[in-house]
Ligand binder design. Sequence first.
Ligand SMILES: CC(=O)CC(=O)SCCNC(=O)CCNC(=O)[C@H](O)C(C)(C)COP(=O)(O)OP(=O)(O)OC[C@H]1O[C@@H](n2cnc3c(N)ncnc32)[C@H](O)[C@@H]1OP(=O)(O)O
Ligand SMILES: NC(=O)C1=CN([C@@H]2O[C@H](COP(=O)(O)OP(=O)(O)OC[C@H]3O[C@@H](n4cnc5c(N)ncnc54)[C@H](OP(=O)(O)O)[C@@H]3O)[C@@H](O)[C@H]2O)C=CC1
Length: 278
Amino acid sequence: MKFGVIGAGQMGGGIAQVAAQSGFDVVVQDVKQEFLDRGRAVIEKSLAKLHDKGRLKDAPDVILARMEFTTDLNAFADCDLVVEAIVENEGVKADLFRQLGQIVKPDGILASNTSSIPITALASASGRPERFIGMHFMNPVPLMQLVEVIRGYSTSDETAQFVTETAQQMGKTPLACNDFPGFVSNRILMPMLNEAIQCVMEGVAEPEAIDGIMKLGMNHPMGPLTLADFIGLDTCLAIMEVLHMGLGDDKYRPSPLLRKMVQAGLLGRKSGQGFYTY
Ligand SMILES: CC(=O)CC(=O)SCCNC(=O)CCNC(=O)[C@H](O)C(C)(C)COP(=O)(O)OP(=O)(O)OC[C@H]1O[C@@H](n2cnc3c(N)ncnc32)[C@H](O)[C@@H]1OP(=O)(O)O
Ligand SMILES: NC(=O)C1=CN([C@@H]2O[C@H](COP(=O)(O)OP(=O)(O)OC[C@H]3O[C@@H](n4cnc5c(N)ncnc54)[C@H](OP(=O)(O)O)[C@@H]3O)[C@@H](O)[C@H]2O)C=CC1
């Protein structure tokens, strides 16, 4: 199978890596060569770590040899499945899928790794809604078990089955849900992170204490502010906006502090500063 990934950021890189680990030939595209170089370096580091722990079937160089890095969207023409993992912005994703619908072979399946944007809207933009689906990996992709599989209004049974089987071949556990804002994962997770940010804004406790309370008290592997920094505060804000607009309930209102931090360019781990310094 030929597997395409668009975006070489933290999610795209992870998806491409796990696809190549599973034996697929992978094409990774991003808008600039420097993003591809950065993404490749992260993949190399991750593969080296997994190899040292004896968790890879093949050597890192064998896995890397299955991967092609390009800035050219036309490289997806003969892909069987293309997973998009670019910025969480509906307009930008819809424009991309309009182009991909023209480029990828007619029986190729298009998928989005979006955290929250309606799959049905992106499916319409692609011009092939029956062969369109949400394939939502979790961060960090090489370590997390879940793939949330989201059917759009017109997604065919064959498409859902193909993507479910592909996720299994990648060693993941696919779980199905329907197309509602934030799906299941982020409808439940993101309001908790947003509430932790409100606690910082209202001076309920220091960030370290908020994270410690949730780690030690609820056995969460990461505190909510550490996790928000890890996901990216821009992505967290984009998801809250989709929940707020899509569900129309003020309980999903993004924290003003979250908005202000994004305006200030404090995006968490990827910018070097969020609730913590990296
Ligand atoms: C926003 C969305 O749309 C959806 C989402 O994805 S929401 C985010 C979902 N993800 C989470 O909630 C993650 C929560 N955090 C965790 O589960 C854990 O902290 C974790 C799995 C990330 C790390 O596990 P941990 O037990 O805390 O151990 P930790 O010591 O930090 O890491 C384990 C090892 O994996 C390694 N590791 C981390 N990322 C890695 C990667 N991408 N590749 C390879 N190895 C990696 C670490 O370097 C570490 O190695 P050593 O043991 O050699 O030091
Ligand atoms: N972060 C997370 O924990 C999770 C995120 N997601 C979703 O995955 C997607 C990607 O998130 P994430 O990897 O964190 O984001 P990143 O910012 O790490 O990566 C996005 C990448 O896509 C590139 N990009 C932006 N626009 C385009 C375009 N038009 N064509 C090709 N590439 C483009 C970006 O380049 P540039 O640097 O120029 O912007 C960047 O390299 C989002 O939809 C997000 O909601 C899903 C699960 C978890």
